[in-house]
Design a protein around this ligand. Structure first.
Ligand code: ADP
Length: 316
């Protein structure tokens, strides 16, 4: 089976207990929950039975060990996660506004996550990797960008493939090196997984189909557009496949995109048709939103299959 590798931030998420609660006053919190987009992605792939490993850095503290133990228990390769004495694991504090939006207080760049590097263990992991997944959130410093670049080059040199989930906020585009990094990543991308309107940050066209075709013309093999509760749409040179989302009660949307991407990429690598990869990915994304905490809704293959056997789809 093909092995997936990802590099980037590991953190814990701590959330305000009540909707509408702000951090401008003390209040009850829940967590810590293991988190970080690359960790969520790798954990979901491992739970689906795909060999998957993460290049990352944590502090030698409870938050770091919480993450490592979760990834280990779920079957991920943790050999390239470095534990740094004297650095703290990254944190994200989140509040949920009454309009459904989220507000974050992050400490990532100056946490252990910023100490990520390609050491001997990472080189060994990359030497056995068939696919490298890039998340826009991980392009937060020149050092991390360098790690991502090394990962992509190593996997491509072995004839492997690359997927890219931009997950990028417009203000990130002005950070040093980010535009060049995006240009490089896109030029290497086989599967592009933007969320809804994110596609238009990268394409000139103003309608979805033309924008997707523009990306395919740049040499990308598959463009998969995530659409929240509506599901997802897949474009390749030979056609378009839409797949509706599944009806669930959304408790916490954080991590759905990473679970979706991990599932889609895993089944794409297994050679399955877009219909099947999209259906399983929509199932994983739907289950991800049913639990509080970014990784708490991550499902095993058996759990997703049981869910899909009875789940109802919404309007596409
Ligand atoms: P991102 O988290 O990257 O912004 P989305 O919000 O589009 O991505 O979610 C990714 C996928 O997760 C969707 O394509 C869908 O399959 C699933 N999903 C997300 N939110 C819901 C929801 N409320 N109900 C059902 N499925 C959902």
């Amino acid at each position: 089976m093909k092995k997936l590798v990802c590099a980037g931030e590991i953190l814990v998420e701590i959330m305000a207990e009540r909707i509408g609660q702000s951090f401008l006053a003390p209040g009850p919190l829940v967590g810590p929950f293991p988190s970080g987009a690359p960790a969520i992605f790798i954990d979901q792939a491992a739970r689906l039975g795909q060999p998957a490993g993460l290049i990352a850095a944590v502090g030698d503290d409870d938050f770091g060990h919480l993450n490592i133990e979760r990834l280990r228990a779920d079957g991920a390769d943790i050999s390239a996660i470095k534990v740094h004495r004297g650095a703290a694991t990254g944190t994200a504090f989140v509040t949920y506004e009454t309009d459904g939006s989220r507000h974050f207080v992050y400490n990532i760049k100056h946490s252990a996550a910023g100490l990520i590097e390609i050491g001997a263990e990472a080189r060994t992991l990359l030497a056995g990797a068939d696919h490298f997944h890039v998340m826009g959130t991980s392009l937060f410093s020149p050092e991390v960008i360098e790690v991502v670049r090394t990962g992509i080059e190593a996997v491509k040199a072995r004839g492997g493939t690359v997927s890219f989930d931009p997950n990028i906020r417009k203000e990130m585009l002005d950070l040093p090196g980010v535009r060049d990094a995006l240009h490089f990543v896109l030029s290497m991308t086989d599967i592009f997984l933007p969320s809804g309107p994110e596609l238009f940050i990268f394409a000139r066209a103003t309608d979805e189909e033309s924008a997707a075709r523009e990306m395919l013309d740049r040499g990308i093999s598959a463009v998969v557009i995530k659409k929240g509760a509506q599901g997802a749409v897949h474009y390749e040179k030979t056609g378009r496949t839409a797949s509706p989302g599944f009806i669930v009660d959304e408790i916490d949307p954080t991590g759905a995109g990473d679970c979706f991407a991990a599932a889609f990429v895993s089944f794409w690598l297994r050679g399955d048709a877009p219909e099947k990869a999209l259906r399983i990915a929509n199932g994983c994304g739907a289950l991800a939103v049913t639990k509080k905490g970014p990784m708490e809704g991550i499902a095993s293959l058996a759990t997703v299959e049981a869910f899909l056997a009875t789940a109802r789809t919404g309007a596409p």
